[in-house]
Design a protein around this ligand. Structure first.
Ligand SMILES: Cc1cc2nc3c(=O)[nH]c(=O)nc-3n(C[C@H](O)[C@H](O)[C@H](O)COP(=O)(O)OP(=O)(O)OC[C@H]3O[C@@H](n4cnc5c(N)ncnc54)[C@H](O)[C@@H]3O)c2cc1C
Ligand code: SF4
Ligand code: SF4
Ligand code: SF4
Length: 435
């Protein structure tokens, strides 16, 4: 076996963070996508087997995951609920606009010269790409969450010339950045690591499914657009729908069942064994305040976790400069709302399941059995799901889209039946099933 990261991808464990591409001295690493849209690194014939990509890869790391007593929670200084006071940022944001308010403050206070973010370009399907910004005016077009994979760290080479930069990233991106800093000195210019909470990314072909439900043409997809009105129906932040906006000006609104019903089908195995939903290596973390109290579910709010003194000072500076409003929040509510106990269980089950494939790579990812007792029925279920994913990747893109459309229609049909069924009939059926 070659001394490079190809084996990580071959075994479904690449999170497409981009760290290996950034470190490779021979430019031998590129990214590919399978028919379902799983993104992974591949190595070409220029490889000289120097082993640097192996050293930097967070999926192969042997120490990072031991950093905190509870790796699912990490170090927490404070938790807040807040929002940006800038109307343009707030209205255009995914949640409370905290992420963009942080970047605006850092640029204005001249604490950074550049920031690495990501952005969606319109296309059929749309293209999600990492992006280096050097100007406050570029911030707005990079707002909102892109739920499909993006190799953020691939562009980090372009920022080596700056003294101080900020990086916005998912937990796997931030882990890749930590490893890069450890190995290559020039990347110690990442002064602010702004993390997003991350449940998973969805394989890219889900975008083709959404376009197919609307119309053919080049478009952008907003996966959760808040404050949308369609006819007489109003969608607040809490039930924010998908909005597909075409270059020619038309807009389609799809209720969030179109995304939620496809989540399991489009989740790649790497995300199944990811413990770091709460982005434990960032200075400051931003997410949606699911399950928390005193939240503006109508217009939007962000949950904020400060993890380092840098992150704590930054959030206090923003508050004191009136860039944001901030209220204290509660850790129990955060952990419950983000389903951290359930995640420990599912990571344990999936890590056990993945070892049933032949020749697994030597990675902590398969040793995460945090839960002592895993029911046999659970491992059987995940094994079936894993095999289904592997089989689905062998289908053509067209067949995957058709399969997904059928699945969405079935979910909508079942939801409607449940909605219209008299409650007493439902209870009767439940009691018969439970007998
Ligand atoms: C794949 C994904 C999964 C998520 N899962 C959860 C979850 O389970 N629970 C939860 O509470 N929150 C989750 N979030 C975070 C949430 O959706 C918002 O991104 C977060 O609340 C920030 O909102 P904001 O209004 O402050 O940001 P905005 O002001 O809208 O700015 C968003 C920022 O995020 C950056 N960004 C967008 N997509 C990506 C990406 N794929 N990779 C790196 N940077 C990106 C943008 O460049 C921009 O800087 C997820 C986000 C993503 C991208
Ligand atoms: S082993 Fe070295 S040359 Fe080969 S892909 Fe990895 S970093 Fe590049
Ligand atoms: S460094 Fe990141 S992109 Fe490269 S193989 Fe590892 S996980 Fe994949
Ligand atoms: S779940 Fe983990 S591996 Fe998957 S995209 Fe999010 S941070 Fe990366």
């Amino acid at each position: 076996m070659m001394n490079n990261i190809q084996k990580v991808s071959d075994f479904f464990m690449c999170s497409n963070c981009g760290a290996c591409k950034a470190i490779c001295p021979k430019d031998a690493i590129n990214f590919k996508k399978s028919t379902i849209g799983r993104m992974y690194a591949t190595v070409n014939e220029s490889c000289i087997e120097c082993g640097l990509c192996i050293k930097v890869c967070p999926s192969l790391d042997k120490t990072l995951y031991k950093t905190f007593p509870d790796r699912y929670i990490g170090n927490i200084n404070n938790i807040y609920i807040g929002k940006s006071t800038d109307k343009q940022i707030f209205n255009n944001a995914q949640s409370g606009g905290i992420c963009t308010a942080l970047l605006k403050f850092l640029f204005k206070a001249k604490k950074i010269e550049a920031a690495i973010v990501c952005k969606m370009l319109s296309g059929n399907p749309p293209i999600v790409t990492p992006f280096v910004i050097t100007d406050i005016n570029q911030l707005y077009e990079c707002q909102k969450s892109c739920y499909t994979p993006v190799d953020i760290l691939s562009v980090i080479k372009d920022t080596a010339k700056f003294k101080s930069i900020a990086l916005v990233g998912l937990p796997c991106h931030i882990q890749g950045a930590i490893k890069l800093e450890e190995i290559i000195k020039k990347y110690s210019n990442i002064k602010y690591k702004i993390g997003l909470i991350c449940d998973r990314t969805l394989c890219e072909t889900i975008q083709n499914v959404m376009i197919r439900f609307c119309a053919n043409g080049t478009a952008k997809i907003n996966w959760r657009k808040k404050n949308v009105r369609k006819g007489n129906y109003y969608y607040p932040y809490k039930t924010a729908p998908i909005v597909v906006s075409y270059d020619k000006g038309t807009e389609y609104v799809l209720p969030n069942i179109y995304r939620l019903s496809l989540k399991e089908m489009f989740t790649a195995p790497r995300c199944r064994v990811c413990y770091d939903k709460l982005n434990t290596f960032a200075d400051i973390v931003v997410g949606d305040p699911w399950g928390m109290s005193n939240v503006d579910w109508e217009k939007g709010d962000s949950v904020i976790i400060t993890r380092t003194t840098t992150g704590q000072k930054l959030i206090e500076d923003l508050k004191n400069s009136n860039f944001i409003t901030l209220n204290n929040a509660n850790i129990e509510e955060l952990l419950k709302g983000q389903h951290i106990i359930e995640r420990k269980m599912s990571v344990s089950i999936w890590s056990k399941t993945l070892t049933t494939l032949s020749n697994p790579i030597d990675s902590y990812l398969f040793k995460q059995q945090d839960i002592e007792f895993i029911p046999f029925s659970q491992t059987q279920k995940t094994q079936k799901e894993l095999l289904q994913f592997i089989e689905r990747e062998k289908l053509s893109k067209e067949d995957i889209v058709l399969q997904a459309q059928k699945h969405v229609k079935k979910s909508i049909y079942l939801t409607n039946i449940r909605r219209w069924m008299p409650i007493n009939i439902l209870r009767k059926i439940k009691s018969i099933i439970n007998k």
